[in-house]
Structure formats: C-alpha cells, structure tokens
Design a protein around this ligand. Structure first.
Ligand code: FES
Ligand code: FES
Length: 151
C-alpha cells in the first residue's frame, strides 16, 4: 500500500504494509540508518525518533499510526536548537563509547529539552530511563544534557 511519510521535512513515498514498523521503513526502505535496531520490543530506546515532536520507539510504531505526522530522525535533529545544542555537548563531553545507543539517547534528550528546557535530575531520569546503554555512559549522558541546557 502506498503511503507518503513526512520525514525530516521531506515527503517520502513508500509502498509497504500499514502494519510495517516505522524503524524498518526508515532503515530498510529509505536507507536512513542513523536510527538503530536494538531489541525490537520497545525496551531499549535505540530506535527512538520523534513524531510531531514526541519521542516514540520506531520499532513499535506502525506506518498506519504515523499517518501524516511529522517524523524527525537523528539525521535532522541538528537542525533544531535543542538537537544542535545536544550534539555539541555530546562532542565536548566525549559521551560516546561504541555509539550504538547514542542516536536514540540524543532523540530522547531532544524531546526532553523541547518540553523542559531546564530539566532537573529527576526530569532527566524520567525522560531517559527507557534508553539503555550497554557501555554505561549514563553519567556522561546526564552531564551532557545539563551542559546543553545550561543547568
Ligand atoms: S529497538 Fe526499539 S526500543 Fe529497542
Ligand atoms: S555507547 Fe555503547 S551502547 Fe551506549
């Protein structure tokens, strides 16, 4: 079935089943591989993207449910102020180890800062608790979010 997805401000025509996961369409149909596959069960956060500004797990988000929502992925998050600030902070604080989880981490952090520009530790914990990092970069992630937010 044909769908027109709005991704990073550009319409993309795809011919997929309506119950196809957004993650699969991004990666395998459109070749946008910045969004990662981790668990496939909404348990790790590696696949996090935004739909209409809200962080969602794209592995459990069907194309039907996206509808005409505006999808933002890690490829374009640097074009919004929160994303740009986070990417800069990530580099300055050398957050990344293997990197596999990090696009999802930044997408969750960007959604947090959009709604809560000056987050507390509790705000950060609540927003980031679903993003798993096997390398254990949690302390640097927290520090980078604070650095980006200026708190
Ligand atoms: S791959 Fe989607 S939450 Fe893990
Ligand atoms: S940096 Fe390796 S899983 Fe997070």
């Amino acid at each position: 079935m044909a769908f027109t997805l709005k991704i990073n401000g550009t319409p993309h025509e795809v011919d997929v089943d309506g119950d196809a996961p957004l993650l699969w369409v991004l990666r395998d149909v459109l070749g946008m591989t910045g969004t990662k596959f981790g668990c496939g069960q909404a348990l790790c956060g590696a696949c996090t993207v935004h739909v209409d500004g809200q962080a969602v797990r794209s592995c459990q988000t069907t194309i039907d449910s996206v509808g005409d929502g505006a999808v933002t992925t890690i490829e374009a998050i640097g074009q919004v102020p929160q994303g740009a600030a986070l990417q800069k902070a990530w580099l300055e604080l050398e957050v990344v180890q293997c990197g596999y989880c990090q696009s999802g981490q930044i997408m969750s952090a960007a959604a947090l800062l959009k709604d809560t520009p000056k987050p507390t530790d509790d705000d950060i914990d609540a927003a980031m608790s679903g993003n798993v990092c096997r390398c254990g970069t949690y302390q640097r992630i927290r520090a980078a979010i604070k650095h980006a937010a200026g708190v």
